[in-house]
Design a binder for this molecule. Sequence first.
Ligand code: ZN
Length: 245
Amino acid sequence: MTSNNIDKLKEIIKKSNNIVFFGGAGVSTASGIPDFRSATGLYNEKNNKGYSPEYMLSHEFFSEHPREFMDYVRNNLIYEEAKPNKCHLALKKLEDMGKLKGIVTQNIDSLHQLAGSKNVVEIHGNLRDYHCVNCGKYLSFEDMKERDFSIKCPNCGGVLRPDVVLYGEALDLENINNAINLIENAEILIVGGSSLMVYPAAGFIDYFRGDTLVLINKTKTSYDSRADFVFYEDIGNTMSQLANI
Ligand SMILES: [Zn+2]
């Protein structure tokens, strides 16, 4: 039976020290970062030269137009002023309490780390780290900023790119393994801000073998009937309540 009784879930959380959180774009939207896959996201921006964000963020576009690709990333994906919201802070609190084992996120904005969370698996990579596709030289976001986002490697002249997984690219194997390891050993899995429509999100949830599956999303997902708790609520408000124990 699926429940939406938050007090009942809080009692379960009180007794657990093995909670894992799986987060989608909805976790970041309250920090002012749009979901580029949703209708209200970047798809409607006028600066795509008529291309979809999926194409602008594809391996093909990056390979053929690395300068335009980096401009697109800089103008549309980087939100330097964004601050962690109530959801990020609640998860940091649960980790400090020894209850949360880790976070698996589809987001690339590093807001969990900014909130102070330690064990974060970024399955789509992040925008903090950059490297040269030719020699592998590492540059930080600060390095890139200092060089005005030049895509020319200071070491060998090769092309620089962010460590994000582009459309048409495989996920990092170490990240996949870390994510699966967390999820399949978790007692409670909380899935938040994800419609679970986008590959490979749903695939990760299938590894969960624990007792309590919790979904927090503003709209229905195809996993609702399998969940023990479903909340069609704001992710920040709900997570704040769950961490207030
Ligand atoms: Zn290089």
